[in-house]
Design a protein around this ligand. Structure first.
Ligand code: GDP
Ligand code: MG
Length: 382
């Protein structure tokens, strides 16, 4: 692998070489709603602060709908986009609103990346918290663009957060692993399975199932509904058996750690896995970096102009296909929270909360308000 290629293609890498500092690793947290992504981000944030010397990370919150986070984000999508205004402006319900807010934010992601790259010399980790609902990030154009943009700029790993106590049934476990598998193949990034909430349920059963194919088959067989009245395996059972063979291959490509985002158990092991993933990224992903970077520049440039209308078309198609869901997912005027400012325009301005202060420093968020930019005009969906 050529280090020259990497440095030529990446300003953060150049400065890293000059200062002799390693590039920061970006950690993208992904996982089902309620798996504990935000709690995990808070825990790794406080772990990094507690190191000696402290290593405050650069934190990005990409969930526009979260009411409050238990960590201080350096860049928070909520400072940039008012999700309630988006719902009202585009007549959308919560899901469409979150997706559209993320799309709007993505159109400015080149600015976000500039801010992140500026901090590349001073931070060791860049952490991304993603929207509660997993598919909003994993199956949207903007989620893919953000992931590619980050991954083409910094060594990047995906931390796939799993709600361990809720994944103890073999069938649930398998569907969760298949989902993880699909994200691995989509992002092609180093991947860490984070079995969260081990304070409630240790993850040893999961490790056993991943290492010992027969143990998993036995667990499947002992579960109700996998055999018919005559005691023969059902169609479902055969299907799951075959799929678990596929997963066996998938497990070879990833690391699993058990953590508790509440007690902090396993967080150190998580960072060991991140460091191992950095090496993997450098070996497997970096050679592709130049190509990815070019693609990113092209897609971000295109985005600035007309992509919003494309995004909105995607949304319109989705909604046409599923009119019932679309009808239910509408802005609800009666849910107005009383905060009806005089202008209802949706502004999109990227704000680095940590401007002029060190990353992770306490900032009074109650004083942060989206800035107004009169000159900004957003294309309306066609
Ligand atoms: N017991 C326990 N609860 C957790 C843990 N991590 C998260 N939770 C809880 O799980 C719920 C969802 O967490 P949250 O971080 O909001 O999930 P997100 O939707 O993935 O961001 C909250 O009630 C958390 O307190 C953990 O490690 N242990
Ligand atoms: Mg969250």
């Amino acid at each position: 692998m050529s280090t020259e290629n990497a440095t030529a293609s990446c300003s953060a890498a150049e400065s890293a070489l000059k200062t002799g500092k390693k590039k920061p690793v970006a950690i993208i947290t992904i996982g089902m709603a309620g798996a504990g992504k935000s709690t995990f981000v808070q825990q790794i944030n406080s772990y990094l602060h507690s190191l000696d010397p402290p290593s405050p990370p650069y934190v990005l919150n990409l969930d526009p709908a979260v009411a409050s986070t238990s960590y201080e984000a350096n860049i928070d999508i909520r400072d940039t986009i008012d999700y309630h205004k988006v719902m009202k402006e585009y007549n959308l319900g919560p899901n469409g609103g979150i997706l559209t807010a993320l799309n709007l934010f993505t159109t400015k992601f080149d600015q976000v990346l500039d801010l992140v790259e500026k901090r590349a010399d001073t931070v060791d980790y860049v952490i991304l918290d993603t929207p509660g609902q997993i598919e909003i990030f994993t199956w949207s154009a903007s989620g893919a663009i953000i992931t590619d943009a980050v991954a083409s700029s910094l060594p990047t790993v995906v931390a796939y957060i799993i709600d361990t106590p809720r994944t103890t049934a073999p069938a649930t476990f398998m569907s969760n692993m298949l989902y993880a598998c699909s994200i691995l193949y989509k992002t092609k990034l180093p991947f860490i399975l984070v079995f969260n909430k081990t304070d409630v349920r240790p993850h040893d059963f999961a490790v056993e199932w991943m290492q010992d194919f027969e143990a998993f088959q036995a667990a499947l067989a002992s579960h109700q509904g996998t055999t018919d009245d005559e005691g023969e395996p059902t169609y479902m059972n055969s299907l799951m058996n075959s799929m678990s063979l596929v997963l066996d291959e998938f497990y070879k490509h990833l690391t699993a750690v058990g953590v508790s985002s509440v007690t902090g158990a396993g967080i150190k092991e998580f960072f060991d896995a991140v460091e191992a993933s950095r090496a993997e990224y450098e070996k497997e992903y970096l050679p592709e970096l130049q190509r990815a970077r070019e693609a990113r520049e092209k897609s971000l440039k295109g985005l600035k102009d007309e992509s919003l209308s494309r995004f909105m078309k995607d949304l319109a198609i989705d909604r046409e296909k599923n009119p019932a869901a679309a009808a239910a997912d509408r802005w609800d005027p009666s849910a107005e929270d009383g905060d009806d400012g005089d202008d209802d325009d949706v502004d999109v301005n990227i704000i680095d909360r940590s401007d002029d202060v060190w990353p992770g420093q306490y900032i009074d968020v109650t004083r942060m308000r989206p800035r107004n930019d009169e000159g900004m005009a957003w294309p309306r969906p066609g």
